[in-house]
Design a protein around this ligand. Structure first.
Ligand code: SER
Length: 600
C-alpha cells in the first residue's frame, strides 16, 4: 500500500499518540504572538517558550502537524524540492526523554512494519561531529548503533549539516541527527554520503537535541532542560514514500500543477515551463493558505501582506510567461482548497473571500503588468543598472515588487540599486522598508530578560489603552518586541493627544510601582473568555489555554514568557506613536532603569 501525505500524517500522529505524546493543534500560519517573525517557519516555532522551561498545558511529550511558510525559499522554488508553504510533522520532549529514547522512537517509526516499514538496510544517519561550541555527539552514535544501524551507516558531520537553530540569531538550538534513505541511485562520487545533494540520499527526518541557548554574544549556554525537537517534512517524505521524483508529483500537489498545465495548454512542459508551473503551483498554494488562515492576511505593501502580494504577482507573471492570458488564480485556488479542505475546513468556509481577494489582486496587477514589462525593457536596454528611481517607478506606477524587478534584471544580467530603491520608498511612503525587509528574513526574538520585561509591559500597555481611551473594543493588531523596545499595534482611529499618552504612561508605571505579581494559569478558552481575558488568537492549545494575569489589572491569553513581578520592569516610556493603516495605530515604548521602586 502506498503511503501518501494524508496517510503519513495519520501514521505519525497515531504513532506518537501510542507512545504517550499529546497531540497539539496545528497553529495558524500567522504566529499568534511572536515578536519578530511574519510566519510560522517550523513546527517547533510556537513551542519556543516551552523549550525554555515554561510548562506546556498539554504535558512534556507532544506531537503535531504544523503548516509552515519560509520566505527564504521563494527564489529556490522551481527545483525539485523547495516549497514556500509546507506541512511539517513534529514531535517533542520538553525536558522529558532525550537522545536514546528519541532515536529509538525514530527508528521504530521508520522501520517497524506497523508504521513506515522502510528497509533497514537502506537507512543511514548523520550525527554531530563536535566543534568548539559543543562536543562530538557520541551519545547519539551509541543510540543508533544499539537501535540496529550498522556503524558504517552512521556519519559524523559538522555544524553546517548537523546543527539546528536558533530561529533568528539567538535562542534554543542544538546538535541534530538526520535520517536518510538510499534511493538506489548511483553515488555521484567516491565521497558521496548522506547529506550530499546529488539525490542519492533522501533526507527523511531531523531530530534536534535542543539543549543549548545561543546568547546575543554568540555563546552557547545550556538551557535549563534538555529538549528534543523533531521535524519531518510532509510533502518531501511523501514524495519518497509515493515513489515520486519530487514534491510536485505527489498526490497533494500534482493536481495543482496539472491544472496550471491545462490552463496553459501545455502537455509536455520544457524545463523552463516546468519551472514556471512549479512556481505558480507553490505560490498559489501558499497564497490560499495565507488568505484562508485563522488570522488571514490580505495583499498589501507591508510585512505579511507584502509577502502575499509578492507571491500572487509572481504567480501571475509566470502565468503570462507560459501563455496563460485569462484570469486563472481562482481556478488554481479551487484545486488547492479541494485538496486541503479535509484538514483545513476553514479554507472551504473562506472560499468566497479567498477568491475575491485573488481576483482583486489579479485585476489590479494584470492591468499594469504588460505596461510595466515594456517600461522595464526600455529602461534595461539603455543602462547597465536599474537605479533606485526607476525601480521605485516600476513599484509605484506598475506595482512591481522590488524582488520582481530584481528577478527580471537578473534574467538580463543587470543589477538593481536596492539601496536607492529603499531610499525612494522611504521618502515616498514614510514607511520603513528596511524594517519590513528585516522582518522578511524572520528571526525570533531571544527570550532574554529584557524581552520578557517588555513583553509584560506590552500587556500593561494593552490594558492601559483600553482604560485611558475608554474603549473596551481596543484589541491588539500586532506586536513586535526586541530586547530594546516594544511595538504595539491596535485599532484606534485617531492620534492620541499628549495628555492621553501621558495618562497611558502613568497608568502603566503605576502598575509597575505596585509590584504586581505576574501569574500564569491554565484554563479552558471559555473560562478565559468569561474572566474577560484579552485574546489575540484562537484555539491554539485546543481547549486548554495559558492565561497570564498581571495583578488584577490585566488578563490575557498568551504563551509567555513573562517576568514574575512588575517591579522588575523599570520605568515605562512611550517613544513614538503613529498611524500605520486606516484605523490602526502603532505605539513604540521602552523601559528605562528604575528609580527606587515604591508603591504609592
Ligand atoms: N526544528 C527542526 C526543523 O525544522 C526540527 O523540527 O527541521
Amino acid at each position: 500500500m502506498v503511503i501518501d501525505s494524508q496517510k503519513l500524517k495519520k501514521l505519525f500522529l497515531d504513532f506518537f499518540s501510542e507512545n504517550e505524546h499529546s497531540l497539539i493543534p496545528n497553529s495558524p500560519l500567522i504566529p499568534e504572538y511572536d515578536p519578530t517573525v511574519l510566519f510560522t517557519p517550523a513546527g517547533m516555532h510556537p513551542l519556543i517558550p516551552y523549550f525554555l522551561g515554561q510548562p506546556h498545558p498539554l504535558g512534556k511529550k507532544l506531537a503535531n502537524v504544523q503548516r509552515c511558510f519560509r520566505t527564504g525559499d521563494i527564489e529556490c522554488v522551481g527545483d525539485s524540492s523547495h516549497l514556500t508553504f509546507f506541512e511539517m510533522l513534529g514531535s517533542w520532549s520538553l525536558g522529558d526523554y532525550f537522545k536514546k529514547e528519541a532515536v529509538s522512537l525514530s527508528y521504530d517509526f521508520l522501520t517497524n512494519k506497523r508504521w513506515l516499514n522502510l528497509d533497514r538496510k537502506r537507512l543511514s544517519v548523520t550525527v554531530f561531529a563536535g566543534d568548539k561550541d559543543a562536543p562530538k555527539d557520541n551519545e547519539s552514535f551509541e543510540a543508533w548503533s544499539s537501535a540496529g544501524v550498522p556503524d558504517e551507516h552512521i556519519f559524523f558531520l559538522g555544524k553546517e549539516d548537523n546543527w539546528w537553530g536558533p530561529v533568528g540569531n539567538t535562542g534554543p538550538c542544538g546538535p541534530c541527527t538526520e535520517m536518510f534513505y538510499d534511493t538506489g541511485k548511483p553515488a555521484c562520487s567516491p565521497s558521496c554520503r548522506p547529506g550530499c545533494s546529488c539525490g542519492k540520499y533522501f533526507e527523511l527526518w531531523n531530530d534536534v537535541f535542543m539543549e543549548y541557548n545561543k546568547t546575543p554574544a554568540g555563546c552557547y549556554e545550556f538551557l535549563k532542560q534538555k529538549n528534543v525537537d523533531t521535524g519531518m517534512g510532509v510533502e518531501h517524505t511523501a514524495a519518497m514514500l509515493e515513489g515520486k521524483e519530487h514534491v510536485f508529483q505527489i498526490g497533494a500537489v500534482r493536481p495543482i500543477a496539472k491544472t496550471v498545465e491545462e490552463l496553459a495548454g501545455i502537455s509536455v512542459p520544457t524545463d523552463t515551463e516546468e519551472r514556471s508551473i512549479r512556481i505558480i503551483a507553490d505560490h498559489i498554494r501558499a497564497s490560499v493558505f495565507f488568505l484562508g488562515d485563522e488570522r488571514g492576511v490580505k495583499p498589501s505593501n507591508l510585512d505579511r501582506g507584502y509577502v502575499l502580494r509578492r507571491l500572487i504577482r509572481r504567480a501571475i507573471r509566470f502565468g503570462r510567461l507560459i501563455g496563460i492570458e485569462k484570469d486563472f488564480l481562482n481556478d488554481v485556488a479551487e484545486v488547492v482548497i479541494n485538496l486541503n479542505e479535509f484538514d483545513y475546513p476553514l479554507l472551504k468556509e473562506k472560499q468566497a473571500s479567498i477568491f475575491a481577494e485573488l481576483r482583486k489582486e489579479e485585476t489590479k496587477f494584470k492591468n499594469t503588468l504588460e505596461k510595466g514589462l515594456r517600461k522595464f525593457h526600455r529602461i534595461a536596454e539603455n543602462s547597465a543598472t536599474i537605479d533606485g528611481r526607476n525601480a521605485f517607478l516600476l513599484f509605484q506606477s506598475f506595482g512591481f515588487p522590488i524582488e520582481l524587478t530584481q528577478e527580471l534584471a537578473a534574467e538580463k544580467g543587470i543589477e538593481v540599486d536596492e539601496a536607492g530603491f529603499r531610499n525612494e520608498y522611504e521618502q515616498h511612503q514614510k514607511v520603513s522598508a528596511a524594517s519590513a525587509k528585516k522582518l522578511f528574513k524572520g528571526g525570533l526574538s531571544d527570550a532574554s530578560i529584557e524581552t520578557k520585561k517588555l513583553h509584560t509591559a506590552t500587556h500593561l500597555l494593552n490594558e492601559a489603552l483600553r482604560v485611558v481611551l475608554k474603549k473596551n473594543d481596543i484589541v491588539q493588531r500586532g506586536s513586535n518586541i526586541t530586547p530594546e523596545r516594544l511595538r504595539f499595534d491596535f485599532n484606534f482611529d485617531r492620534a492620541l493627544s499628549p495628555e492621553e499618552l501621558a495618562a497611558v504612561e502613568d497608568l502603566v508605571n503605576k502598575q509597575i510601582r505596585c509590584s504586581l505579581p505576574v501569574v500564569r494559569e491554565e484554563m479552558t478558552v471559555e473560562e478565559a473568555k468569561t474572566r474577560g481575558a484579552q485574546a489575540v488568537f484562537d484555539d491554539k492549545y485546543g481547549n486548554t489555554v495559558s492565561v497570564y494575569k498581571v495583578g488584577k489589572f490585566s488578563t490575557e491569553i498568551c504563551g509567555g514568557p513573562h517576568v514574575n513581578n512588575t517591579k522588575e520592569l523599570g520605568v515605562f516610556k512611550i517613544t513614538k506613536q503613529k498611524g500605520i493603516a486606516a484605523g490602526v495605530r502603532r505605539i513604540r515604548a521602552i523601559l528605562t532603569n528604575p528609580e527606587e521602586p515604591k508603591c504609592k
